[in-house]
Write a protein that binds this ligand. Structure first.
Ligand code: ADP
Ligand code: MG
Length: 723
């Protein structure tokens, strides 16, 4: 059916109409058929004339009380101007004027059709003219004394369906494309499909329990009952779910076809030495996930695993153990972080955790030791050259960096594992680039602290196996979150800074986060905020500033000072968002908190309460109490359950944004599918997609190949990126 659905719309509706549809980004027959009615009007939904609301689309049964005709005047030698017909409608409860504009012969025709005293069905949008409600050019059909529709034209048959128990679909209309025109075009498109084969094989349709595609299109566009329309929509939704899952399933199968070098854990190697020194025992969750990863690494197909767990759940240790196992097996591991700050932090954490096991092989170091190098874009030339050399020679078992690692010049002797921290900052393509660096595919482990609802994980990361760390090592300290209303309670803000001083007085440290670097009309930036605090509310405290525009060594210096406890307060943008681990930081003030999304606030808050000290998080906002932005803050204040907040976040964002619709927002790869609402459907599609691959490993079914091509065209890799 691919050819039929991908035929240009103009081939069915003509160039002119096709141009109008192009404005809705509907360019093919398939696009049009998937543009389905927003709602259906039935005979039981007739509107009472006394309850009309402007802007509403209504169907009313009313009697023509009076017809007033105003003929257009023609000056001498001029074309006649159109006249109009004002038709006063009454249903016994209220009145409404229907207006028709046209030349004399049209006015004649309408007058004949309508007839004073005759009842009819009128469908159209309620507008207003000189403060009077009116409908211009309603579609209408007149009825005989027994209430039967008396007309024959196509349009009126559709209307007739209203009174005979059928349904009329109402499309999201635009100026040039009233719902009737869309319906007519859909009818043409349906006709153009006749005889086309269903893209899914019969076994699949049967297993999914869905109707044929052609029937589904007919059912959504021309249903007789709401149940029928629902069955049709179900099939279309299933197709969307399956297309995504097929794409993932074949990708996964493709990865499985590529060889990976098995990295089998070596006894008495680096990993064992590391475990022996680890100052704590792995949690049950860490042990389980670690085992799964080590088993994956020993296989000949590349691991594709997503490890999700809240901030502080201990992902880094798990990832490090995987890296060490690969080093033991003679390979190298690369760790990619989204920012330089995080890359340096990872570097420091890992060097600290490894001690002399990570300082390179030198005289007097354990002979299992390896070299850990940091490779970022801002490294001085000499250091960079040395790091590049050590990566290329294989001397460096662990290479940590940012996107700079993806640059062409970075070579590895034997890259066995790529760990990607915070997947959503990395595009799918970037992952692929890195994978191409190795002769055999490296194993890939993706870490994310962004709690991803299962349904989303399956949809977006369906080509990855998912592991979750759900417990926190040693539990976590309480964090009390309070919304501070700066507009109605300015004194609370003063109190907030006092609270900061108290916290510092007990030896703790404090983050102050603001959404921007420099002040603007929208609010104060971190630079000015820090200055104000230093000379005002926090005078006498050691206040540092951190933001993305500082040079890399400047950033590292500030961060290092905060880690070392040489700063009491760090005023920062969201550069501190992920991964930063400072157990002594127990308080956070988020300035203009309403500028942040739910998940982002949750991430930020994860910076505190990491040690044994209970935390406090103040969300300062000037957003009025009845704004959605304020509701977001209240939600964050009400729970620390990341999954709950992630789902809320998802609900609040437009569906299109979830799966990376284009900026214009119309062309989401998921039109009907709601990731949360249809989690079960997605799960079913995932299972069936796996069966598709099993039955057709070579992707010989044209319908499958078509669906994958279409999905890949629409998919946007950075679906979660919002800043
Ligand atoms: P994540 O990367 O998931 O945010 P980390 O791996 O950075 O979490 O761990 C957070 C903190 O908990 C670190 O200080 C780490 O050393 C510590 N940690 C990790 N695993 C354990 C454990 N099993 N027991 C005690 N502390 C742990
Ligand atoms: Mg971490």
């Amino acid at each position: 059916m691919y050819a039929e659905l991908n035929a240009p719309l103009s081939s069915v509706v003509g160039e002119r109409t096709a141009k109008e549809f192009a404005g809705l980004r509907i360019t093919t027959v398939g696009d049009l058929l998937r543009h389905i009615p927003r709602r259906y009007l039935s005979g039981t939904e007739l509107t009472d004339l006394s309850t009309l609301v402007e802007g509403e689309l209504v169907a009313v049964v009313a009697r023509v009380a009076e017809i007033r005709r105003h003929d257009g005047h023609a000056g001498p030698g001029r074309k006649p101007r159109p006249g109009r017909l004002e038709v006063l409608l009454s249903d016994g409860h209220g009145r409404l004027t229907a207006t028709f504009f046209g030349k004399a012969h049209l006015l004649d025709w309408w007058s004949r059709q309508l007839g004073e005293g005759v009842a009819g069905l009128f469908v159209g949008k309620v507008g207003s003219f000189r403060n009077q409600l009116q409908m211009s050019h309603p579609v209408f059909a007149m009825m005989d004394a027994r209430g039967h529709i008396v007309s024959t034209s196509e349009e009126k048959e559709r209307i007739a369906a209203l009174s005979s128990g059928g349904l009329v679909g109402m499309y999201p209309a635009t100026g040039k494309l009233p719902t009737w025109k869309v319906a007519e075009c859909a009818r043409l498109a349906l006709a153009a499909l006749s005889g086309a084969e269903d893209p899914w094989p019969a076994w699949l349709r049967q297993a999914a329990g869905v109707i044929d595609l052609a029937d589904a299109f007919a059912a959504v566009h021309q249903p007789r009952t709401l149940a029928e329309a629902a069955r049709g929509a179900e099939r279309l939704r299933f197709d969307e779910a399956l297309a995504t899952q097929l794409t993932m399933a074949y990708r996964r199968a493709d990865a499985a076809h590529h060889d990976a070098r098995p990295r089998i854990r070596l006894a008495s190697g680096l990993l064992d030495a590391f475990d022996a020194r680890l100052p704590f025992a792995l949690t049950a969750g860490q042990a389980e996930v670690s085992d799964a990863i080590l088993a994956d690494l020993g296989r000949t197909r590349p691991m594709q695993r997503l490890l999700q767990g809240e901030v502080g759940s201990g992902k880094t240790v798990v990832a490090l153990r995987a890296m060490l196992a690969v080093v033991d097996a003679g390979g190298q591991a690369a760790l990619l972080a989204p920012t330089e700050v995080l890359a340096s932090q990872h570097f420091q954490t890992i060097r600290t955790l490894l001690g002399d096991l990570g300082g390179g092989r030198m005289l007097g170091t354990p002979d299992v030791a390896t070299d850990v190098v940091l490779l970022t874009g801002s490294l001085p030339a000499a250091a960079r050259k040395s790091a590049l050399l050590r990566a290329a020679s294989g001397e460096a078992g662990i290479v940590i960096g940012t996107h700079a690692l993806l640059a062409d010049r970075v070579q590895f002797a034997d890259l066995g594992l790529v760990v990607v921290d915070e997947q959503h900052r990395f595009g799918v393509e970037q992952r692929a680039v890195l994978a191409d660096k190795a002769s055999a595919r490296p194993h890939v482990l993706v870490l994310t602290a962004t709690p991803i609802p299962r349904s989303v994980a399956m949809t977006i990361f369906g080509d990855l196996d998912v592991s979750t760390l759900s417990e926190l090592p040693g539990g976590r300290a309480e964090v009390a979150t309070v919304v501070v209303d700066a507009s109605t309670r300015p004194q609370w803000v003063d109190r907030a800074w006092e609270r900061v001083r108290e916290e510092v007085a007990t030896g703790r440290q404090v983050f102050v986060v603001a959404p921007r670097i420099t002040s603007s009309a929208e609010g104060t930036g971190v630079v000015e905020l820090a200055d104000d605090l230093r000379s005002g509310a926090l005078a006498g405290l050691r206040v540092g500033v951190l933001h993305g525009q500082l040079p890399a060594d400047g950033k590292d210096e500030v961060m290092a000072a905060f880690v070392a406890g040489d700063l009491d307060v760090l005023v920062a943008t969201t550069v501190i968002e992920v991964g930063v681990d400072i157990p002594n930081a127990s308080m956070m003030v988020v300035w203009d908190a309403d500028s942040f999304g739910i998940s982002q606030l949750h991430q930020l808050r994860g910076r505190i309460g990491r040690g044994e000290h209970p935390g406090v998080c103040l969300l300062v906002t000037r957003a009025p109490a009845d704004q959605p932005a304020r509701a977001r803050l209240d939600a964050v204040a009400s729970t620390r359950d990341g999954f709950e907040l992630a789902e809320l976040d998802l609900e609040q964002r437009r569906e299109g944004d979830v799966l990376g619709a284009s900026q214009a927002g119309n062309r989401s790869s998921l039109r009907l599918l709601r990731v949360l609402e249809h989690a079960e459907l997605i799960a079913q599609a995932r299972e069936l997609a796996a069966e598709c691959v099993a039955r057709d490993p070579d992707l010989a079914t044209p319908g499958f190949a078509d669906a994958i091509r279409a999905t890949e065209l629409l998919a946007s890799p950075d679906w979660l990126e919002r800043n």
